[in-house]
Structures are given as structure tokens and as C-alpha cells.
Design a protein around this ligand. Sequence first.
Ligand code: ADP
Length: 633
Amino acid sequence: MASLNLNHIYKVYPNGVKAVNDFCMDIEDKEFIVFVGPSGCGKSTTLRMIAGLEEITAGELKIGDAVVNDMEPKDRDIAMVFQNYALYPHMTVYDNMAFSLKLRKMPKEEIDRRVKEAANILGITEYLDRKPKAMSGGQRQRVALGRAIVREPKVFLLDEPLSNLDAKLRTTMRAEISKLHRKLQTTFIYVTHDQVEAMTMGNRIVVMKDGFVQQIDSPRNLYAFPCNKFVAGFIGTPQMNFFAGKLKLVQDKVIVTLDGTPVKAEVPVDYFRKVDRSYLDGEKPVTFGLRAEHISADPDKYEYKAQCRVSHFEELGTDCQIYADFNTESETTVAESPTKVIAKAAAGEQFASDEVITVSMDLSKLHLFDAETEVTLAPSIPESVALPCKVAKNKLDFAGGTLELPAAASAADGEYLLTVPVGSLSFGGLLEGTFDREENINGVRLIHIAAGNRILFAIQEDKEKTYKQGEKIKFALDPKKISLTDKDGNKVVCALAEDNKLDGKVAKQKVQVLGEDGKRKKELLFSLLTSEATFPCSYSIGMRLVAGGGQNVFNKNLEFVFTPYQVHIAEEGIAANVNRVLDYGAESFAECTVGETTVYVSVEKDFNAKEVKLSLDTDNIVIIEKEHQIRLV
Ligand code: ADP
């Protein structure tokens, strides 16, 4: 039993292939995690790094409390099951299962107990004397599982273990592995390219593409709230329908139109409460997604209706799948039409080719994606809300009430668009709204606050606090996080940059020091160099830089990323000129120039120097290797 922590893990193969990028995840004890994605997306590489079969390029891997980056596979207390069972053909099932324990010189009685118990769990007791060749594929895979079970590992790693089995056996073994997980009460990590396997087995699923994690979520959330078009299309059969279209806000309704079709629907704006309103202008191209199960050939099933022309249909026994086109005049075949649609009908229904039918749609299940980036327009936790506001005499008047603008966020009188990031809202304060609803998003409490005629979002850290419908909520806005945009699109107030960036290098030096035993010994000292200043850095950070960047890390260009709180005014350090001091009321920041770069530094309220030296908090900053964009620390 063990938890795992993958902290900014990267894998770059010697040939330069960047197979895994910035993989971050906490896996809890006893979870069943599935890594899924198309071939080549980096799932096996990640699993092999966890197993210790592949070196980790950068990042930190913990199993339980121990950092295992440099630990041998045999010491990691894990067991791996592969697609090809890799059984020894000349050994009996018993000996195959006992082999690794014999190597460890475990007492015979203990080996016997473990092998028999595993055989019992897997239902292969009667085959213990057989050789693998006298067994079916499913039975061999069970032996391979048995060989892992007898080791009583903390973590089970399974790499496409069912791919060699036929479809029927795969379904049975799927259920058996889930059962096994429940019985063994330990952590499982399972790799597959099959989304059905992922959906049916995982407590949580990691969807990967091109070496990047796309989304980590429960099967239900992946299906209901895909974070981008790729995940939306990858999860679920038949594949989600996608269409190009536009959204236009007219009073409290949004008019949804599908390009190249007469399809038009007026839906309540509340369906899109998390969507940035700039997408509701009737012009910005949007990609719609709607699953077949939310489009019915029964015109009365859902509220919104549209016509489509049937191409053909498939009887599936449980229901019927219709292939059609929302463009009833379309000249192209359905497969090539951008307005093609798959809808559902009841089992046994019949449709004629070219018949124009009326379907009904559940548009509360409509997914929206940016046409270019393909990222969802309604993320589970929205980044920010933009809403109209007025400024008069430095008082900001918006949906939630009025707010005194501090000097650093001041603007001329007028009307603006106010951007309120979710992280800028905190509870308690002078502004007031009413509790509308609450969502639990993977343990994060997102509170919807009705303010004026808009909804604002805030994250409630307090696990105990409960709300009643319509309850008044007091909240505050962090002035350094908001921004104001004028009618011409100019940002007149910008949120304070959360991160500063400076280019630099790392250096090492061997020095002689006096040990506690009075003997001289050599020690490595690391330092970070940037903007003609040098800062000592801890040995552990130095070693992580070497581990991730290789021995030639000392020649590499690095980027130091740090918040305004991780840099301080000091006696020695980076020479900087102060342009101005930003006064946010409760906090002040100096806007400094270092060479060509602007750096923001948290300062005392009465700060007024013009030239300063800056010191970096080297224990806490982020360090990126620039050429390959690898986060080393
Ligand atoms: P998946 O398991 O998702 O199919 P892999 O983790 O096996 O993907 O591979 C991810 C990427 O890394 C692929 O582009 C693959 O070609 C590459 N790759 C895998 N192993 C090696 C290797 N030993 N050397 C170089 N490139 C590799």
C-alpha cells in the first residue's frame, strides 16, 4: 500500500524525443489509476519511470514518503505486469510464480503460502502443475498477475496487460482485475490505449496526448466535463459530434447557430454561466460538441428541435444509431460533411435514406470549445469572469457593489470591462452577493455567488462552512489581481504579474571544508548566476539541476521564475532601477528594471528608493532549462 507523488516529471530520450512533459499528479493509496491515450503519447514511458526501468530526466518521484528517482527497481516495492506475459516456458505455473521469491531467498513455507494464496485469488489452483504452453491466453495472463501478487508489492503497475486477449476475454479479465484491486487493497496504475477499459476500471483516469497530460479526472467527469476537444472526442462511443458555429447573447438568451445549416436555438444564458462573454458576440467562431445520446430521433424528447437528413442507420439491439446531416441540402456524403451528426433512436425504428427527420436535442449538455485552441470555453473552474463596470472618482461600481480603487489600480472615470479572476475573490469583506450554488470539483469547493445579474466564482478553502440557498455572502476582491479594459480594448489597469522571469546559469565549485571529525573534505557548492549577481543555492537544488539538466547543465541557459514575494531588497545582489511603486492599499510593490526586464518586488509601504539591489530566495524559485523547456526545479 502506498501513495505516489509525481512532481513535474519529464522524460527526454537520448535521441531528443520529449516523451513526457511536466507530469504532475498525487496518487492516493489504494487508488486505481489508468493512463490512457493514443499510441506514442507517453503512457508507457511514465509507467516505466515509476517502475525504475527508465531514468527520470527531471522532476521528483515519491513512493510513500521516499524520493525514489535514484532507487533501483527491485528496491521500489512495486510489481509490473506486461502485455506479453513473459512466463518461463520450461517452468510450471507454481515455479513461475515462486521464481522471484526464490531469488530473494524467501523461506520455502512462506513461498508456498504466498503462491497458493495468489493462485486461490486468481482461480488457477488446479493449474499449478501445468506448464504455460498448456494454458489459454487468459490463464497465462492470470499467472503473470499471480507472479506480481506473490511479491505483495505496494504498487501494481500494469502495461496493456489485456491487449493480447480476444474481445470477450478482455471484458472478463477487465472485471477480474477490478475485483483483484478491491481484494488486494493496494495502489494500481494501469496503462491502456482503450478508452472503454479506462472508463470501466479507473477511479481516476489520466488522458495523455503527445507527451502532455490533458486531463486527470474521474470517468464521470471526463465524460461530462472534458477540458478540450481531444478529450471530448477520445472519451465515449460513438465519438462526440462536433460542429462549427456561433453564439450570440440577446438579453437573457443565447442564440446558438450551426454554420452551414438553418439550425438555430435560443437557450437561457445560464447554460453558459462559466463561458467568457466575449464568445457570445455572434462572431467569434466556436466549436460545439454534442454527444449522440443527447440528440434523439424522438422530436418530443428534448426541448430544442432541428431537422436533419438521414444517410443511414445502424441497429445496435439496445438502440439505434442514425447517421445524418444537419445541412439537409448537403451535396457531399455524410462522412465528409462538416455538419454530419450521429443521433440516437429507439431500437427497432426504421429510417429511409434521404428522409428528413426532426430530432430533439438536450442543449444543457452542449460542450463549447475555442475554434482555434480547442480548449473548453466552460472549464470546471473558470479562470475569470468579465463584467461591465463603471469608475467614478476612483470608486469601482460593478455587479457586486462598489469598491475603492487603490492608487495602483486607479482609472479615469468611465465605463470598463472588469476582469475578476477566481483567485482574486476571498470570503469576508465589504462586497455582498447571495449564495447560488456550490460544486465540488475534485475536492475543490467552487462557490457560485450571484451578484447583481451576474455570477461570480470563488473557491472556499474552509471545509466546514456550509451555505443555505439565497444566503448573503460577504466577499472581497484582491485589487492587484483585477484588470480593467476600456471600450477600445486597451487595458487601463493590469493585474500585477504573478511571476517574474530572469535568464541565468548555474555554476559549481569544489571547496575544502573541515568536517565534524576535524578532517578536511571536499564539498560541492552550487550557485545561481543572473544579471551579474551570484546567489548560493542549496546542495539539494544543485543536485536536482544536475539530475535533470545533465553534467552539461552548467553550460545551459536557464530561466529563473519567481513571485514578487521570492525576491527582496538587499545589500548585495542584482542591480535594479525602480520605475515606480505600486500602492495596492494593503500591499505595495516596486516595479523595477533589470537590464531590459521588468521585475516586481514586494516592498514596505513607505518604500521610496530609486536604485536597489535584489536578492533571490533561491530555495523556492522555479528553474527552467530554456532549450527544451524543462522545469528542473
Ligand atoms: P505509449 O506508451 O503512449 O504508446 P511511449 O511511452 O511508448 O508511448 O512513447 C512515447 C514517445 O517516446 C514516442 O514518441 C516514442 O516513439 C518515444 N520513445 C519510446 N521509447 C523510446 C526510446 N527508448 N528511445 C527513444 N524514443 C522512445
